[in-house]
Design a protein around this ligand. Structure first.
Ligand SMILES: [Ca+2]
Length: 196
């Protein structure tokens, strides 16, 4: 590498000998620079690092269905996409943990199997809970996508709270309300997972 400070900054000078136009200008720069830049040296390009967005956890596709005749609330965990990587290999070992809550109280827990080393797991797992119609408005489903680890605690990748009120966002509240307003129908929706 040559000493740029000593050589000074490159200057472009008009010259009658240099042809005009874009290609001409290029030729001229090259002509001036070649005096102090080794053009055979392999150039090093620096690229700005993308800031890691901690809020991007991935998406979850799930369906809800309520059967008033037998008081069955069904949640199907279909799949996830673009999950956040939690392991050093750039992947995660995701599984989904679901809590049925009545108000603030946790009532029942269910889990999908672990999908090893993927950010795009497919589950197609249905969980059914017994919820009387008159209590449907006070219950909620806390859905957590977790990363399984052999060593140490399993970590949260992202979560949503499906609920008529107090859900983690408008899409979650809407999904719940659609389920209530369309009994016996399966309502499928994508959700953006939230970090904690
Ligand atoms: Ca893991």
């Amino acid at each position: 590498m040559k000493d740029y400070k000593r050589l000074g900054s490159p200057r472009l000078q008009k010259s009658k000998k240099t042809p005009r136009g874009a290609s001409g200008a290029k030729l001229q720069v090259r002509g001036v620079l070649k005096d102090f830049v080794d053009l055979n040296e392999k150039p090093t390009f620096w690229k700005a690092l993308k800031p890691l967005d901690k809020n991007i956890c991935g998406d979850l596709l799930c369906s809800l269905c309520y059967h008033p005749s037998n008081s069955q609330l069904s949640l199907t965990i279909l799949k996830c996409r673009s999950l956040k990587a939690k392991d050093i290999n750039g992947k995660s070992d995701p599984y989904v943990k679901v809590w049925l809550n009545f108000g603030e109280k946790r009532i029942e827990k269910r889990k999908t199997p672990v999908q090893k080393c993927t950010l795009e797991p497919v589950y197609n797992e249905t969980f059914s809970f017994e919820v009387p119609w008159e209590r449907i408005r006070e219950c909620s489903l806390d859905v957590r996508v977790m990363d399984f680890d052999n060593v140490g605690r399993n970590e949260l990748i992202g979560r949503i709270l499906l609920a008529g009120k107090g859900g983690t966002g408008q899409p979650e509240v809407k999904h719940w309300q659609d389920m209530i307003s369309k009994p016996r129908q399966t309502v499928v929706q994508w959700h953006r997972l939230k970090g904690e």
